[in-house]
Design a protein around this ligand. Structure first.
Ligand code: NAG
Ligand code: NAG
Length: 466
């Protein structure tokens, strides 16, 4: 089994500590942010941020942003090979549009794009920004003396890198393919390019009609049963757990099984499972996610949509979560027949989960993987829809001491630990951190004296349903 860098960064990366780092940097606060301050202690509505309507996603092109270079006049054809799962590919495609723009190149859509995304919409929606074609014209292919040049650019390269290193090759060879293209473009770009990134990711990328339809059907099913629902994105695969070096309470059997898997990576350091837990490096178990949600105040009759891949320990591992939230649903439970055509395709299945998670009132994850990040960013853009990231570092101590306190104390402490991790607008300044997780194309509404008169009608940042 292959481990992408994404997964590695998931475990060496920090469920909580990244966020803590950002929140320590919230020094320069705008007027709105300072206005929000101080009110934080009032407690929050667990279903919806009270302040979300002070912000909206803003990615319209600026007046002075030149139109796309036409195919004939472009500097050549840019191909990318995206890597990883659905959401890693999504970041790659988003960044590729921006790179094509920087290079004045014509972008060629990657191979299996058409199976997941609506290709005609993508091309037409972005036509003013970048010229995109389905394939390199035969004439160009025939005129080439050598096969397309392939190269891999370093992670998070700035525009200058593309201009200095890629452009000369593109001009000479006409066709360049960038391989392993994920997170290859810097987080910080000028404002117009950031807005373009948002146009691609939040508007230009739509799933194909069959995927969109089944996703929306599942959302409808959830909404038929309940006014609100929580989407829980769980990652608890055996190899991921083994890689983390953590212990999840499964006794000798678990120690042995995860230990065997861990031998696959010869260079992993010897970690202390307790130490990792204390440092907040261990993904929450499904049971812990349930405890956190109940402690935050979600009642036992709340409806849960659970999106997950393989779960180590299967049903047994999920049972405590089901007991805490008996209204527990998965796509397999809601759409047995309709799901059949999608079953052989993991990216399409992931896309279906993406839609149901995106539409949820509350989105919760136990991990810091690509889907968690991308959806967190998208939900910020869409008006700060509630997104809960466990503060694993603080929570782990509470879970360990769960038996030593009564429920109310536990609940109070969980709420305190999660302050700053609930997807409130003032938790992080737009533009800080990784772009896909913290998109900068979020604007504050102009101040009006009578803040309370702001009605729902002013909340305009909703992403149109495809
Ligand atoms: C791309 O085209 C614009 C004009 O639209 C021009 O100003 C810019 O220098 C070009 N950049 C490259 C890399 O060709
Ligand atoms: C849910 O909680 C209520 C009390 O808040 C309790 O009476 C009921 O038995 C619980 N239901 C389940 C299925 O646990």
């Amino acid at each position: 089994m292959l481990f992408g860098l994404g997964l590695i960064s998931l475990f060496t990366g920090h469920v909580a500590s990244d966020l803590e780092w950002y929140s320590q940097r919230l020094v320069k606060r705008s007027f709105f942010y300072s206005r929000l301050e101080g009110r934080r202690r009032e407690g929050i509505d667990i279903w919806k941020s009270k302040y979300s309507n002070l912000f909206y996603g803003c990615s319209e092109r600026g007046r002075n942003f030149p139109s796309a270079i036409r195919e004939r006049a472009s500097n050549g054809y840019l191909l990318i090979a995206a890597s990883g799962g659905l959401n890693q590919q999504r970041t790659g495609i988003t960044d590729a549009v921006v790179v094509a723009r920087i290079l004045n190149a014509t972008l060629v859509v990657p191979d299996d794009f058409v199976n997941i995304f609506d290709i005609d919409w993508f091309i037409s929606y972005l036509a003013n920004d970048v010229t995109i074609v389905k394939r390199v014209p035969d004439k160009v292919m025939r005129s080439m003396e050598k096969p397309p040049y392939t190269m891999r650019v370093p992670r998070k390269s700035p525009p200058e890198y593309y201009l200095d290193q890629v452009l000369p090759i593109l001009l000479r060879r006409r066709v360049v393919q960038l391989t392993k293209f994920d997170y290859r473009l810097a987080s910080n770009l000028d404002e117009e390019l950031q807005k373009l990134r948002c146009r691609v990711n939040y508007h230009g990328l739509r799933f194909t009609k069959p995927i969109q339809e089944i996703g929306e059907r599942l959302v409808t099913e959830m909404r038929k049963m309940a006014k609100h629902y929580i989407a829980v994105h769980l990652r608890f695969e055996p190899d991921m757990l083994a890689f983390s070096g953590c212990y999840f309470g499964g006794g000798e059997k678990e120690r042995f099984e995860l230990g065997e898997i861990r031998k696959r990576w010869a260079t992993l350091p010897d970690l202390s499972p307790d130490g990792e837990r204390e440092r907040g490096k261990c993904p929450l178990t499904p049971h812990e996610v349930g405890l956190m949600l109940r402690a935050l105040g979600f009642a036992n009759n709340t409806y849960l949509y659970v999106a997950s891949g393989e779960i180590y320990g299967g049903e047994e591992t999920l049972r405590p979560l089901r007991e805490l939230f008996p209204n527990f649903y998965t796509k397999e439970m809601l759409a047995v027949e309709d799901l059949k055509p999608f079953l052989p395709f993991s990216s399409r299945l992931a896309a279906i989960d993406y839609i149901v998670c995106d539409e949820s009132d509350v989105f919760v994850t136990n991990n810091n993987g690509n889907m968690a990040k991308i959806l967190a960013g998208r939900r910020r853009y869409a008006g700060h829809k509630r997104t809960i990231r466990p503060n694993a570092k603080k929570l782990s101590a509470l879970f360990m001491a769960r038996d030593q306190m009564d429920w109310d104390t536990f609940s109070k402490k969980v709420k305190a630990s999660q302050r700053g991790f609930m997807g409130e607008p003032d938790e992080v300044r737009p533009g800080r951190g990784d772009f896909h997780e913290y998109p900068s194309c979020i604007c504050e509404r102009p101040f009006t004296d009578d803040e309370n008169s702001k009605g729902e009608d002013r909340l305009s940042a909703r992403i149109p349903v495809n």
